[in-house]
Design a protein around this ligand. Structure first.
Ligand code: AMP
Length: 211
């Protein structure tokens, strides 16, 4: 099988990052994630793009979408260097989906389906180890080592208020993207409320059957 080109869709907190990491390892593809790319460039000066704010970080801290021109350029560049890939966090609106159509074909489109209250619970309880990049949850997956526990940080946009805003942006802008792929008959829907290992079994089997 040639290196698969995989798109993974889902609300914030649906488990896209976790599953993408496993896909990367199993299938040897690049992980292209706009969220991480933007977090590394939060202070980038985008004022010459005629945007409302001068940096991506200002949009992100409020849970709003970073302007399409900025994000499209990041994805275009990353795709041009990838053989196979798993694309995570993009497209987040129909305009981006149209852009993506012109950039590449896709072999598999996965959608991790998780209910609203579970998403809020996952995101507000999510914590990051700044030293290793490992992700924990205060309730579902706390670290055993008290030293690690002491240094855990919360992402700036995982506070309850910003989480609610991110989910409303998801309903308004990104749900139409899911319908768009569904109408084309391309969408592979996966129950994302199962335990991570069970989700992974389904994700892996779906990629093997579809790509
Ligand atoms: P994520 O880590 O995927 O939840 O993304 C964090 C934040 O980055 C989002 O709330 C947006 O502000 C921004 N972002 C990530 N991907 C995109 C995208 N495709 N379009 C616009 N903004 C994005």
């Amino acid at each position: 099988m040639a290196q698969p080109r995989i798109l993974i869709l889902g609300a914030p907190g649906a488990g896209k990052g976790t599953q993408s990491a496993k896909i990367t390892e199993e299938f040897g593809v690049d992980h292209i994630t706009t969220g991480d790319a933007l977090r590394s460039n939060k202070e980038m000066d985008i004022s010459d793009m005629d945007t409302e704010y001068d940096t991506p970080g200002e949009y992100m801290d409020q849970g709003e979408l970073v302007p399409d021109d900025v994000v499209n350029a990041i994805v275009d560049e990353a795709l041009s260097q990838a053989d196979g890939f798993v694309l995570d966090g993009y497209p987040r609106n129909l305009e981006q989906a149209e852009e993506l159509k012109d950039m590449t074909d896709l072999d598999v489109v996965l959608y991790l389906d998780v209910g609203e209250e579970e998403l809020v619970h996952r995101l507000t309880g999510r914590r990051l180890d700044p030293e290793t990049g490992d992700i924990y949850h205060v309730e579902y997956n706390p670290p055993e080592d008290p030293e690690v526990e002491d240094r855990l940080e919360q992402r700036d946009d995982d506070t309850e208020e910003t989480v609610r805003e991110r989910l409303s942006v998801f309903h308004e802008n990104t749900e139409p993207v899911i319908e768009y792929y569904d109408e084309q008959g391309d969408l592979e829907r996966i129950d994302g409320e199962q335990a991570p290992d069970a989700v992974w079994d389904e994700v892996k089997a779906t990629i093997e059957d579809t790509a």
